[in-house]
Design a protein around this ligand. Structure first.
Ligand SMILES: Cc1cc2nc3c(=O)[nH]c(=O)nc-3n(C[C@H](O)[C@H](O)[C@H](O)COP(=O)(O)OP(=O)(O)OC[C@H]3O[C@@H](n4cnc5c(N)ncnc54)[C@H](O)[C@@H]3O)c2cc1C
Ligand code: HEM
Length: 415
């Protein structure tokens, strides 16, 4: 809890800090990376820094945390802290790096807000920063302990034991611990961080969801981010560094550095209905969750909804039908923007499944076309505009917002 005096100062200065968050963020990263170039090379995602659109997550979350402390002084925003802590744990963020971030963040705030930053203001925001930092450090330590990581980051060497081309753009990589030790425990829906050394020597890290449960290994599926125009983007963007590297340089036999599995978007326990709604490469955590439910003989009512450009761009298209057929009470609903082949349009039987276990439609996903069972817990993954639209459809159908969970394949600016 914030002291009453600091709460008053934070309340008075929060509008100014929030209003200048873009400027503060830019200056913060400039100062941080000037003093510690190794952090940009080997820890932060330099693609996110270069495209500029997602830099506000860190400073923005501190402003959001401050707002939460003011509005709900007796309560901690555990959901927000958990998402950040899981990400930090997977990246190997260390406790001794928190004072470094604090130093450059506060220097940026002082530069941007000038004389308004009195000693009293610094003291108040310091309290906010360390309340949040200590909460994160505590969760990160617990997560690393639970993952069996003793000192520092939990990077382990994995050998690429196989590669499967799912579509022209998506490849699955099968990873086995290079030392032959058992694979770490994971929960369906979790992700790993993968660190690769790029041609200029930088060690860049990206997260990839576990897309299945192979024996004795881990499985990730990566979409190649090609060069070109991005929706809403100004012009040509370069190819994604790590996805391109994995697609062009990793064919089997290579060693990759991989973190233990982390992530808090995992299916609820119990026997209530589940709905998985994904678009494009957002199907990877869903594939992992569905494989787990099928392997454990789940009898829950499960709807898997997926949207893609066309059947040819849809990864796990065949696996989805196979898993739907294996589950006692599952249906699959597919939407293809460019339409399906005529023989696929409409309802069909999944292998071993009910008569109308798979339904194929043309167009964008529209969950109002389905009957959503009462008590459904929903999991969303895909581009942010897709998740916003689907969330609105679910709220409209009476699914409470607390029962709608989502995974963002990038910094979560909704935090
Ligand atoms: C929890 C989580 C799970 C994920 N799971 C998966 C998964 O299962 N499968 C999967 O494929 N991905 C997944 N991702 C996304 C993945 O981590 C990477 O973000 C993705 O592979 C792209 O990384 P990249 O290195 O190829 O692209 P980056 O190099 O990081 O580039 C990202 C974007 O920035 C643009 N960019 C880079 N530099 C510039 C510049 N100078 N100017 C303008 N634009 C620029 C690029 O064109 C690209 O569009 C997940 C992400 C998270 C957070
Ligand atoms: C109180 C202090 C901190 C806060 C509030 C904070 C907050 C955040 C948030 C909100 C994200 C985005 C999470 C997501 O949605 O994916 C993030 C990611 C990240 N954080 Fe922190 N963070 C803090 C400290 C640190 C420190 C000390 C480091 C290490 C120097 C660090 C390194 C990173 C990295 C590397 C990422 C991933 C971003 C990327 O690769 O683009 N953070 N942090």
């Amino acid at each position: 809890m914030l002291s009453p005096k600091s709460a008053e100062t934070v309340r008075a200065t929060l509008p100014a800090v929030s209003g200048a968050i873009g400027e503060i963020t830019t200056l913060f990263y400039e100062k941080l990376f000037a003093a510690h170039p190794e952090l940009l090379r080997d820890l932060f995602n330099r693609g996110n820094q270069a495209n500029g659109s997602q830099r506000q997550a860190l400073a923005g979350s501190i402003a959001a945390f401050a707002r939460h402390l003011l509005d709900h002084p007796d309560d901690r925003p555990d959901g927000m802290l958990a998402r950040i802590a899981h990400k930090h744990a997977s990246l190997g963020v260390r406790e001794d790096q928190y004072p470094i971030v604090r130093e450059h963040l506060f220097a940026a705030i002082a530069d941007v807000l000038g004389d308004a930053v009195t000693d009293e203001v610094v003291r108040a925001w310091d309290e906010v920063y360390w309340l949040m930092a200590h909460a994160l450090i505590a969760v990160e330590k617990r997560l690393l302990r639970e993952a069996g990581v003793r000192d520092g980051a939990g990077w382990r060497r994995y050998r690429v034991a196989g590669r499967i081309e799912e579509t022209d753009e998506v490849a699955t990589f099968l990873l086995r611990p290079a030392d032959g030790a058992p694979v770490p425990a994971s929960r369906p829906g979790q992700y790993v961080s993968v660190q690769v050394q790029l041609p200029d020597g930088a060690r860049q890290i990206r997260q990839y969801s576990l897309s299945g449960q192979p024996d004795g290994g881990l499985q990730i599926s990566v979409k190649r981010v090609a060069a070109g125009r991005r929706p809403g983007g100004p012009g040509d963007a370069p190819a994604g560094e790590v996805s391109q590297y994995l697609h062009t340089q990793v064919h089997g036999g290579e060693i990759l550095y991989v973190s233990p599995p982390f992530g808090e978007v995992v299916p609820s326990d119990g026997d209530g209905p589940l709905l998985f709604a994904s678009a494009g490469i957002g199907c990877t955590p869903m594939a992992g969750m569905l494989a787990h439910l099928a392997a454990t003989g789940s009898r829950r009512r499960i709807i898997t909804a997926h949207a893609d450009r066309s059947p040819a761009t849809h990864p796990f298209r065949t696996d989805l039908r196979r898993l739907t057929g294996k589950l006692a009470d599952a249906t699959t609903e597919l939407w293809y923007e460019e339409g399906a082949r005529d023989e696929e349009e409409g309802a069909e039987r999944a292998p071993g499944g009910a008569e109308d276990a798979v339904t194929v439609r043309t167009g964008l996903m529209d969950l109002t076309q389905l009957t959503i069972p009462a008590g459904t817990t929903a999991y969303l993954c895909g581009p942010v505009p897709f998740m916003k639209a689907v969330r609105a459809q679910l709220l409209e159908a009476g699914v409470p917002s607390a029962a709608i969970h989502y995974e963002v394949f990038g910094p979560d600016l909704g935090l």
